[in-house]
Design a protein around this ligand. Structure first.
Ligand code: C2E
Ligand code: MG
Ligand code: MG
Ligand code: MG
Length: 278
């Protein structure tokens, strides 16, 4: 009987695997034309300065409107885009779109930075700095309003080369933030190597704040960041409890569903009106 059940489970499992594989193959096939067919769009999530109670910026997050499968999250298709190399033209598109959007908001009096996620693949092209400069010029956006988010996983690559490129980009006036901080292998060591402007505390930290250990770690990170003149943003802030805890620990900038989900431009207009931003 046990044997039968085991066999049965195995069957379900492999069928599930098969489905996943099929879906991945389908996404792989459809991803390339998706860029030309304008199936990608951006949503934006606000950053909130809790101390001053004001908007502190936007993060652009990509979505794929697949003609048959509907909206697909970046967690699913970014890895495929990285494998196939499509991530490079895709990021071009995202950067351009986000910079233009930032300009549009500026024209309406909303002066806040826009933040764009970067895959390590972009550093391997060797032309990232040029691309960023060209896109800023094309969009007519001052570099101070653009922030690029990198992750700790980048240490697995040629870190010296990445640092060289980051220095170049920062010298242009563009800001660099470390996304999902605290989830990687050598978080603290990286702070000494990579020139940064902002630390984004991963939501693993902002949740379960009842744990005294976590609270001690966060407050130490915030103190350290202050001494290093880095901004800190807590990610994944979902409720008032999170806000209260984080404020107590000295964190003033927050991002998460509590302040706003990633939203379309139309939704953002409504969101900003409700908060008397526009
Ligand atoms: P990320 O940059 O850390 O973005 C934050 C993710 O957390 C977003 O998921 C956002 O919707 C989600 N999030 C925000 N607030 C909350 C919250 O309060 N609770 C919870 N549970 N989740 C929250 P999303 O949009 O699915 O993006 C996932 C990841 O995909 C991003 O993580 C980023 O690494 C990557 N990504 C998104 N857009 C791009 C892009 O244009 N280029 C690249 N290379 N990567 C991207
Ligand atoms: Mg990010
Ligand atoms: Mg993040
Ligand atoms: Mg994250």
């Amino acid at each position: 009987r046990a044997k039968g059940a085991g066999k049965n489970r195995y069957c379900v499992y492999s069928e599930e695997m098969g489905k996943q594989e099929l879906r991945k193959m389908e996404l792989e096939k459809d991803l390339h034309p998706a860029l030309d067919n304008e199936q990608f769009f951006l949503v934006y999530q606000p950053r909130w300065n809790v101390k001053e109670n004001c908007l502190a910026g936007w993060e652009a997050l990509i979505r794929w409107n697949h003609p048959r499968l509907g909206i697909i999250s970046p967690g699913e298709f970014i890895p495929i885009a990285e494998e196939t190399g499509l991530i490079v033209p895709m990021t071009d598109w995202t950067l351009k779109k986000a910079c233009l959007q930032c300009r549009e908001w500026q024209a309406r009096g909303v002066l806040e930075p826009i933040s764009v996620n970067l895959s390590v693949r972009l550093f391997q092209t060797g032309s990232l700095q040029k691309t960023v400069q060209r896109i800023l010029d094309e969009a007519g956006l001052d570099p101070q309003w653009l922030e690029l988010e990198i992750t700790e996983s980048m240490v697995l690559y040629d870190i010296q080369e990445i640092i060289r490129q980051i220095e170049g980009i920062r010298n242009m006036g563009v800001k660099i933030s470390m996304d999902d901080f605290g989830t990687g292998y050598s978080s603290i060591g990286l702070l000494d190597m990579i020139p940064l402007d902002t630390l984004k505390l991963d939501r693993l930290f902002t949740n379960n704040l009842e744990s005294p250990t976590k609270r001690a770690i966060i407050s130490a990170i915030i103190l350290m960041a202050e001494n290093l003149h880095l901004e800190v943003i807590a990610e994944g802030v979902e409720n008032q409890e999170h806000v209260d805890f984080l404020l107590q620990l000295g964190c003033r900038n927050m991002q998460g569903y509590f302040y706003g989900r990633p939203m379309s431009i139309e939704q953002i207009d409504e969101w900003m009106k409700q908060r008397s931003i526009i």
